[in-house]
Design a protein around this ligand. Structure first.
Ligand code: HPA
Length: 276
């Protein structure tokens, strides 16, 4: 998506909301409930923004909501674009670039995953502390976008101070939040058992079909990133049954409520952590 369209989308959102968010929060599958903790949201569906297709996946609402969560001005994104929808990197990354153009310095992402590590059972949460990009696509290929660097460092893709804040809020709330490495695949089919073994050997603790393109683009633009996974199933070959979208949605709802509690307490805490 062109820089003109990104800027125009940011202008529309700013005009509609009347404020600039400091934080951009992306909600994945079945996590729409988190939006309920936002005060007086202004909603702008994706299709009202230039160059944005309407989100197509069941369970992905496809809109921006701007408002305050615990007093903090937030750009909340309900739904996202995935490579498996047939869209290019420009579209997958566009919401991140719009959030940055609006002024968001911090990006918080959520997603659904299949658990590979033994403790990552359905209904649990994982704090992403690293990732392996097995999507075989380079989100930054092409001309360098506004405010981004050509060769961004990826030594610390997930911000250590934000992770520590998330862990301390989780501890206080009695929520288990183990760290883990996210393995990103293009989907949309779920993996074969042999692919899950390969992912484990590659260092992945969980597998999902999103997030990494957004993280890479955010880091290229100097944003701080924090990301949470909701474990909706055991990855293929590790559980008792098959992996299906209905099961993913059902567990997404359960773990989504816990994540909602965590995010509501965390957002004001993130405010106090200065940008690097
Ligand atoms: N694999 C890939 N993506 C997923 C899964 C999975 O098992 N569960 C939820 N998203």
């Amino acid at each position: 998506m062109s820089r003109t369209r990104v800027r125009e989308a940011a202008r529309i959102l700013h005009r509609r909301a009347g404020f600039r968010p400091r934080l951009h929060l992306v909600l994945g599958s079945g996590l729409g409930g988190v939006a309920k903790c936002m005060e007086d949201p202004v909603e702008v569906p994706f299709e009202e923004l230039p160059g944005f297709p309407a989100a197509s996946v069941e369970g992905h609402a496809g809109s921006f909501l701007m408002g305050r969560i615990a007093g903090v001005p937030v750009l909340l994104q309900a739904g996202r674009f995935h490579y498996y929808e047939g869209v290019g990197t420009g579209v997958v990354a566009a919401p991140v670039r719009v959030g940055r153009a609006l002024g968001a310095r911090t990006l918080v992402l959520t997603n659904a995953v299949g658990g590979i590590r033994r403790d990552l059972v359905p209904g649990s949460l994982m704090l992403i502390d690293d990732h392996v990009n097995l999507m075989f696509r380079a989100p930054l290929a092409g001309p360098v976008a506004d405010g981004e660097t050509r060769f961004p460092d990826m030594s610390r893709p997930y911000d250590p101070a934000l992770m520590a804040a998330a862990e301390s809020v989780a501890l206080r709330a009695g929520i288990r939040l183990p760290r883990g490495t996210y393995g990103a695949v293009a989907g949309p089919n779920f993996e074969t058992p042999a692919e899950v073994r390969a992912l484990r050997a590659a260092g992945a603790d969980a597998v999902g079909m999103s997030t990494v393109p957004e993280v890479v683009v955010a880091r290229a633009g100097g944003q701080r990133v924090l990301a949470f996974s909701l474990v909706t199933n055991r990855a293929a070959g590790l559980g008792d049954g098959i992996v299906d979208h209905e099961g993913v949605m059902a567990y997404g709802e359960v773990a989504g409520r816990t994540l909602g509690v965590l995010l509501e307490a965390l957002i004001p805490a993130l405010e106090g952590i200065g940008a690097k």
